[in-house]
Write a new protein. Structure first.
Length: 158
């Protein structure tokens, strides 16, 4: 691994971002959904539109453009990591790890458990495992993963 990715930022999502993120979702998820026999040209976009939240979504900006999105919303006593997509041209260069580290640092500061689901067979599962997520359960389509908050590692003050 390199020293990290430079020149990226998270910005709050705006309502006008929904269609760009819906298109990104369709492009990024197509191969996995087709492999599972679940790709539907309309549904893949509509599921994003139906759950898009400017309150909980951040847009990943890199090289001056929308490079991805990530949503972290509270539910069931956890923070749910959803709609984490990076455009193909920004994948494989450490940006996903950098964004994920930022999201997880925020959750750790709050003492929050983070949960997510990933499609079976998705390469993203390895990214999550590298960042401390473990499988909680699986079904025929999804793998549900969870990560407990990291403990502060400082000198013992007792």
């Amino acid at each position: 691994m390199g020293t990290g990715v430079r020149g990226w930022a998270l910005r709050p999502a705006e309502a006008v971002d929904v269609e760009a993120v819906a298109e990104l979702r369709a492009r990024v998820m197509r191969a996995d959904l087709e492999r599972l026999g679940r790709y539907d040209e309309h549904r893949v976009r509509q599921r994003l539109r139906d759950s898009f939240s400017t309150r909980y979504t951040s847009i990943v900006m890199a090289e001056g453009e929308l490079a991805g999105s990530v949503t972290v919303r509270p539910a069931d006593g956890r923070q749910w990591l959803e709609h984490f997509y990076l455009s193909p041209r920004h994948q494989g260069r450490g940006l996903g790890s950098a964004v994920l580290r930022t999201v997880l640092e925020r959750a750790d500061e709050q003492g929050s458990t983070v949960a997510l689901n990933v499609l079976r067979g998705s390469a993203a599962r390895r990214l999550y495992a590298r960042h401390g997520f473990v499988v909680e359960r699986e079904d025929p389509i999804d793998v549900f993963m969870v990560r407990s908050p990291a403990r502060a590692s400082g000198p013992d003050r007792s």
